[in-house]
Ligand binder design. Sequence first.
Ligand code: LER
Ligand code: MN
Length: 268
Amino acid sequence: MKLAITGKVTALEKAPFVLRGPYEEIIPAAASIGYDAIELHIDDSAHLDRPLIRRLLADSGIGLSFIGTGTAYSQDRLFLSSEDEAIRRKAIRRIEDHIDTAKEHGAVVIVGLVKGQIKDCSSREACVRNLGESLTELVKKAEADDAPLVFEVINRYESDFLTSIDEALDFLTPFNSRHLLLHIDTFHMNIEEASIPASIRRAHGMIGHCHVADSDRWHAGHGHYDFAETIQALRDIGYTRALSVESYQFPDPLTSAAESFKTLKALL
Ligand code: LER
Ligand code: MN
């Protein structure tokens, strides 16, 4: 299992992204700590300087493993379950542009907050139906470009539906696509799952991404999360992608990134 770390050009102090700053700084910083890859949270891939990213990754010798997309919702209020067709189309377009970024790097595109919430819709049925239609469309492009989507299971305080692994499995299984997989996050699982290793084992064959943070969402090693147990469960089900650190940046981004690296590397 490889290790990746989240990075974003600008982020709120308490947003769970570790490295912050221009790509020219955060990509070499991830590499210098020892990470194999970076997970970039990108506001809009249509405005991304793709040749710059390509060059920085090549110069640093690390990969782009995952693309985070949540600001489509948190900043721009674009979401895939919207009943406003113009908003739903813009959200789909946003994810399509991220797939175009991902495909040349073998990266995976996250569908997390961009799914939207029931409270943004007139009913649960409308929300789930629209999300399903949007994902059906996006999966076609993900398959054609061989750039998988992963659906993040987000805890009840940040999302009002699909908050547990079992619920998300029920939702995703009918799509029957290797390009729409489950995305787990230790912070969310620590809140929602009765037994984290048992839930992971039930999702055998369906997990495409794993965010890691400690129980308090600080760097790995700060709290009381049992990373060894999670890593063992992921190994047992043959998970091969990276563990990607998505945590608070405290006490500062480089210390936080280095602490998580040290803790997780020792366990791997
Ligand atoms: C939301 O809490 C989360 O886990 C992120 O991956 C979304 O940006
Ligand atoms: Mn996450």
